[in-house]
Design a protein around this ligand. Sequence first.
Ligand code: FES
Length: 539
Amino acid sequence: MPKLRVNGHKIHSRAGISVLAALQNQGLWTVRTSVSGKPRGPLCGMGVCYECRCLVDGRVQKSCQVTVQEGMEVETAEGKDSLSSQTLLEEVAEGREQKAEGKKELTLSPHEKNRSSSQAKQFPQGLGLQPSAFCSIPSAFSLLPSTNSLLIIGAGPAGIAAARAASRACQVTLLDDNPRIGGQIWREKEGLKLPENVQVLSGAPITGVLDDKTLLVAGQKLHFERLILATGARELLLPFPGWTLPGVVGAGGLQAMIKSGLDVAGKRIVIAGSGPLLLAVAALAVQKGAQVVRILEQAPPKQLAPFLKSLTASKLLQAAGLGRIAATRYTSNAYVKAALGTEKLEKVQYQSGERTLELECDLLAVGYGLVPNLELAVQLGCRLDQGFVQVDDTGKTSVAHIHAAGEITGIGGLDKALLEGEVAGLAATGQPIFSLVPRLQASHRFVRTLKTAFALRPELQQLADSDTIICRCEDVRLAEVQGHTDWRSAKLHTRLGMGACQGRTCGPICQHLLGFDAPQIRPPLFATPLEDLLLEEQP
Ligand code: FES
């Protein structure tokens, strides 16, 4: 059982869980303080929103993406008067200076301890960055091959299916920024097996694209000949008054947090939003001992009927199992209007038909479906079609050496992801796919049914009032962006989307609420330590 020090206090944590879960299990939900001094808790649970960031071993890290280790030092907002992003940066700089001066001993993580080479580094070309400094930080991923016959990005179901299929023909490298393979859906699944000729690089964030066959990964160049993108999706989170209170999380976010070790036994949870995910999250929470107070599905029953009709026998059985859990708690045609509380969530106010009601609860999990993670595909020049990566029947994108699979080609769930992954893995390595084509077409029909059944009601666009925060990183309110006609103008005038998540949360919100265009995320693709933007100097 690892021992950690959190805000100076020693705690014991279960092994193998995330740092965030270790904090939450101690009742520590306020992980940081916002730029305007408000308490903030985790939202997405999957490395997108940056709301869980805190100091781990002297580095600003997303605590949901770091696994607890013996002796870790963690510092959250509760250990600081104000742990805003700026303060965090100052903390790190100050800590490093003091360490250099021998004033303060910082505990280094094993990751940092491995950084001890004297190889010179240089800024990569192609990121639009100019070298301003050189330093001597070694590679965190010394095993990265310089050339790969096939690289797959994303180790969720689609990426794993692609790797298994492609490995019958060639050596495969499977890369993911999460600490474990499995993606969101198989996050806690044990015993995921891959063939021996699949090399896995987990915990490897892609910083940028250097050219059409070279990526920058944690400060190193990674070359590839062929690529399969399986970068998955994140949740669509729509703002409403009170949604920034600690205790309000995404629906998929709650699922990810539970799978990462959050103990929900005895907690009163309201699950709301839209889509089949709500029932799956409820089932998981009940299985872990939570009290699911209510499940609120925004779609009216009439809209859901074609979806239920489209389910196969096995899916109906699965739905029946989930339905038993939900029988007395599922309310369709209902949606959350506000989260109420002062420092943390206390109550939920929701609309059910004509009535406005309230429920007391400990956690509110709200998600309105998924949006694809397109940033890397766009950087690599893949053409989009109606907000997804455009592919042919074999999964090939508009860029000849790049295939795509899973949610980035259309939101369709596990079966579609597995099938598309297999097709892309076979096609990218020259193996036949004929027998899979009819199933692939059926999965695409299911995508269309899902989209219709869970189409979002117009009232959801009116939930945020002028004072509601839209951009959680920079605390930009709806009133500040309403006068602007596009993303760029709003960004330039208000700092919308300029925080750590780079618009990944507020970008889709602005598209949905204000009709803005999709934000163009520029490299580095994720908030990245300066040292990871430095490449080893070529001899
Ligand atoms: S909760 Fe960790 S990044 Fe969103």
